[in-house]
Design a protein around this ligand. Structure first.
Ligand code: IDP
Ligand code: MG
Length: 149
């Protein structure tokens, strides 16, 4: 089953949006299979954002991610990678569609509340980077017949 990696960034945690953000993926019908609150090490932050290491915003981004706790999650469901990106909204919250997390709660690209894997291969890499196998829980929600035919 398809899985994606999501992380509520320090601004989402500090602004008390953890419940609101999780609620959106829960009520959509996706399945939570991993969840932990953590302070991110510099090494993990740098590995996670490795593709952006040459970009001018990289140092500030790493400092921000390690500045305060994040909530790391793995969600499961058919099509969850692309659907989660839609629920999150585009990178700049100022122009992100209303109804998305970033569109509803943010105004600045450096404070865009949540990370979501951008493709299935990225999701696999990020899940491995952030979670040990035994931190992920495979389970069958009783709701399944009411969510899909
Ligand atoms: P994404 O989070 O929507 O996938 P990416 O382009 O992968 O966006 O960038 C990763 C993160 O880097 C963004 O979520 C944002 O926090 C930060 N970022 C991207 N572009 C800028 C920028 O121009 N200024 C400041 N921070 C940026
Ligand atoms: Mg990205």
């Amino acid at each position: 089953m398809e899985r994606t990696f999501l992380a509520i960034k320090p601004d989402g945690v500090q602004r008390n949006l953890v419940g609101e953000i999780i609620r959106r993926f829960e009520s959509k019908g996706f399945t939570l299979v991993g969840l932990k609150m953590m302070k991110v090490s510099r090494e993990l932050a740098e590995q996670h954002y490795d593709v952006h290491k040459e970009r001018p915003f990289f140092p500030g981004l790493v400092e921000f991610i390690i500045s305060s706790p994040v909530v790391a999650m793995v969600w499961e469901g058919e099509g969850v990678v692309a659907a989660a990106r839609k629920i999150i909204g585009s990178t700049n919250p100022l122009t992100a569609e209303p109804g998305t997390i970033r569109g509803d709660f943010g105004i600045n690209v450096g404070r865009n509340l949540i990370h979501g894997s951008d493709a299935q291969e990225t999701a696999q890499r990020e899940i491995k980077l952030w979670f040990k196998d035994d931190e992920l829980v495979s389970w069958e929600p009783n709701l399944t017949p009411w969510l899909r035919e």
